[in-house]
Write a protein that binds this ligand. Structure first.
Ligand SMILES: *[C@@H]1O[C@H](CO)[C@@H](O)[C@H](O)[C@H]1NC(C)=O
Ligand SMILES: *[C@@H]1O[C@H](CO)[C@@H](O)[C@H](O)[C@H]1NC(C)=O
Ligand SMILES: *[C@@H]1O[C@H](CO)[C@@H](O)[C@H](O)[C@H]1NC(C)=O
Ligand SMILES: *[C@@H]1O[C@H](CO)[C@@H](O)[C@H](O)[C@H]1NC(C)=O
Ligand SMILES: *[C@@H]1O[C@H](CO)[C@@H](O)[C@H](O)[C@H]1NC(C)=O
Ligand SMILES: *[C@@H]1O[C@H](CO)[C@@H](O)[C@H](O)[C@H]1NC(C)=O
Length: 360
């Protein structure tokens, strides 16, 4: 399959077993067309431009095939902000027992690869690259061009993944279970997000996630967090961005447990692992998060921190479950290209067990 995705069939439903051999699928540059005609996604009021749905779908790009979202026209239009209607170029939605291999998604208009309601999926040798050709030096015009996202997902493996861009390399979103990721390189952006969780009044649990062998590299864009867990405040709080559709958000609940992050090599990363439970709210909602976090392990983190942001910037994780976060510990972290392993930056949570172990 090759050529332009013009909009005649932005939504592809496949219910039979299919083997795809893809060269490049390129989205047209008609942003107003796509803003009007993409497929609505309730989560954060987003849109999909191309959806795979069904059972036993196997996509192989043979290392030369993939999707080109023609993202520059969107990055130029939005210039670093994110406006409503930017279609995701590759959404796997209501899909089981399927695979994607040797495949790229470049210049995505929005999140590059997004799984929603996916079970038994494997991905191997995937590249996701969001680089603006027109952004002035130093500005990040590719916000929200995440790499690999999961939601309502069970038993997903991702092996050998390269992300280049300015946002989340991987984002593990609500109700993701049994996610195994091995061998990823994130060049620029936020690194690996667990979240956002708790934005909606529903169970937002995330359980059994293993991410092994990750390299986080400062490149064209700053490399901000390496791994962060982000939960919303426990109250419904009025929001202004289009993502909330004029509704108050927050107040979601659930458990975040049994997450293992191991063998991380950091090159010029601004901050070490990070947990915040105060997303989306105001000072008076701090500490109200209903997401319970436990059994999080960061093991074998080595490399350098650039620490361009003062250590005190860390938001305290002072949710209902995570009490007694001690930011003073942060300041003992090595700064300015100092070597890891990082010291134990989290301590004293009554029910939060985080162990940061030295690489042996
Ligand atoms: C996926 O399934 C949900 C509920 O079963 C449905 O609302 C949604 O439209 C489906 N998505 C697609 C792309 O068919
Ligand atoms: C996932 O499927 C379940 C069950 O069919 C449905 O309730 C839910 O809305 C779906 N979620 C999405 C994001 O399609
Ligand atoms: C997970 O998915 C893979 C296919 O990607 C399958 O081979 C395996 O049996 C599944 N595991 C479980 C426990 O369902
Ligand atoms: C996932 O794979 C397992 C193991 O092969 C199988 O038992 C299960 O039915 C699959 N789940 C779905 C939703 O296809
Ligand atoms: C991924 O790439 C490696 C190295 O080229 C190759 O050996 C492996 O077969 C590829 N995986 C798949 C599923 O094609
Ligand atoms: C998480 O893993 C544990 C241990 O293997 C297992 O008992 C539990 O059922 C898993 N949870 C989910 C939601 O898959």
């Amino acid at each position: 399959m090759a050529g332009q995705v013009a909009g005649l069939f932005p939504f592809l439903f496949i219910s039979i077993e299919a083997v795809f051999e893809l060269s490049t699928l390129q989205f047209s540059d008609d942003t107003s067309y796509w803003r009007q005609n993409s497929y609505y996604i309730a989560f954060q009021n987003h849109r999909a431009g191309f959806i795979l749905s069904g059972d036993n779908i196997h996509v192989d790009g043979y290392n030369s095939g993939g999707i080109n979202g023609n993202g520059d026209v969107w990055y130029d239009e939005d210039k670093g902000k994110s406006t409503e209607g930017r279609p995701m170029p590759f959404v796997l939605w209501n899909i089981t027992d399927s695979s994607v291999d040797n495949f790229f998604v470049k210049q995505p208009q929005f999140w590059a690869i997004n799984i929603m309601n996916g079970t038994n999926l494997s991905f191997e040798n995937i590249t996701s690259s969001a680089v603006s050709n027109n952004a002035p030096a130093g500005s990040n015009w590719v916000q929200n061009a995440d790499g690999f996202n999961t939601m309502d997902a069970h038993n997903i493996t991702l092996k050998n993944f390269l992300y280049q861009g300015g946002d989340d390399c991987v984002a593990i979103k609500p109700r993701s279970f049994d996610i195994t990721i091995d061998g990823i390189t994130c060049e620029g952006g936020n690194g690996i997000a667990i979240g956002s969780l708790g934005q909606y009044l529903e169970d937002n649990s995330v359980e059994n996630v293993t991410i092994n062998n990750a390299k986080m590299v400062r490149s064209g864009f700053p490399m901000r967090w390496c791994v962060y867990i982000k939960t919303w405040m426990g109250d419904l709080v009025p929001q202004t961005s289009y993502e909330s559709e004029g509704q108050p958000r927050g107040g979601g609940w659930g458990k975040v447990r049994n997450l293992l992050f191991s063998n991380f090599e950091l090159v010029g990363v601004e901050r070490g692992p990070y947990i915040t439970q105060d997303n989306g709210g105001n000072a008076e909602n701090k500490g109200t998060s209903k997401m319970e976090i436990s059994d999080i392990t960061f093991r074998g983190f080595t490399g350098t921190l650039s620490s361009t942001i003062a250590p005190g910037y860390y938001q305290a994780a002072i949710g209902a479950v995570c009490d007694a976060y001690d930011p003073s510990e942060i300041s003992t972290r090595p700064e300015h290209s100092a070597p890891f392993p990082i010291p134990s930056i989290f301590k004293g949570y009554p029910r939060l067990h985080i162990s940061i172990q030295k690489k042996t």
